[in-house]
Design a protein around this ligand. Structure first.
Ligand SMILES: Nc1ncnc2c1ncn2[C@@H]1O[C@H](COP(=O)(O)OP(=O)(O)OP(=O)(O)O)[C@@H](O)[C@H]1O
Length: 231
């Protein structure tokens, strides 16, 4: 579903992503792990064309390497960014509907009611403004908005960041449900959460892939600990 070859990102003299390659099968799920500054978010930003990069990216067989950001989204590579980016002056319901713009003419995978079923706490909040949401509520809206964009692949950056253990659990359970029918790439600092959501994982250190395998194997590896301790 997604094939990434030899991805490179430079910010001036900082070489943030160094030759990263991976493949994600249909309905596959991949965690991108690593210490602060390892390059995880830069991989997602490069794939969604928010930062310049070199390398090749294929989505569902289509070469999307040179497409501008909005066409990448319309092709179905949907980025749920760190910090959620919920529109403060729109209601929960309106924020969710914004996801439909990304869907374009592709057929719907999820209806808005599916999103409320996935995140029941959002139902009574449908008229509440974005600015009045808690971090967890905003994260549910951000993921729901992504799903309404009919993702071929949804990339979720730090879903548990700043959330309570209970809210982390709600979001993780929802993403596990989503992973049964939607391909996922998840950047996550919380190793346990990431490896529960995703069947496979890669570990980045200083922009390079240093470990890849099933989530169980990666979690059991001693290298993963050292990767987290040394950026
Ligand atoms: N816009 C930018 N301009 C310059 N340097 C950047 C920019 N964004 C990231 N970097 C640098 O690129 C490297 C990789 O950062 P990135 O945010 O991709 O890492 P990360 O693994 O996602 O880290 P974190 O978990 O802290 O978000 C870091 O050295 C960071 O300082």
């Amino acid at each position: 579903m997604l094939r990434v070859d030899s991805l490179e990102v430079h910010y001036g003299s900082t070489h943030a992503v160094r030759g990263v390659s991976f493949e994600l099968a249909e309905a596959g799920s991949l965690a991108l792990l690593g210490a602060n500054g390892a390059g995880k978010s830069s991989v997602l930003s490069a794939l969604s064309r928010l930062v310049p990069s070199t390398g090749q990216v294929h989505l569902a067989g289509e070469d999307i390497t040179r497409l501008p950001a909005e066409r990448v989204t319309r092709a179905g590579l949907i980025h749920v960014p760190e910090g959620r980016r919920v529109f403060p002056s729109l209601s929960v319901h309106e924020n969710l509907l914004m996801g439909l713009i990304a869907r374009g003419s592709r057929s719907a995978e999820y209806a808005i009611d599916d999103v409320y079923d996935l995140f029941p706490p959002l139902r009574p909040l449908r008229r509440r403004s974005g600015y009045a949401l808690s971090g967890g509520e905003a994260q549910m809206v951000a993921v729901g908005r992504g799903l309404l964009g009919a993702p071929n692949v949804m990339m979720v950056d730090e879903p548990s960041l700043g959330l309570s253990p209970l809210m982390t659990e709600t979001v993780a359970e929802a993403l596990i449900t989503v992973s049964a029918r939607t391909s996922l790439v998840v950047v996550e600092q919380n190793l346990q959460v990431a490896t529960r959501i995703c069947s496979d994982a890669i570990v980045l250190r200083a922009g390079e892939v240093v470990l890849r395998g099933s989530s169980a194997d990666v979690l059991g590896s001693e290298d993963v600990v050292s990767s987290y301790l040394s950026a």
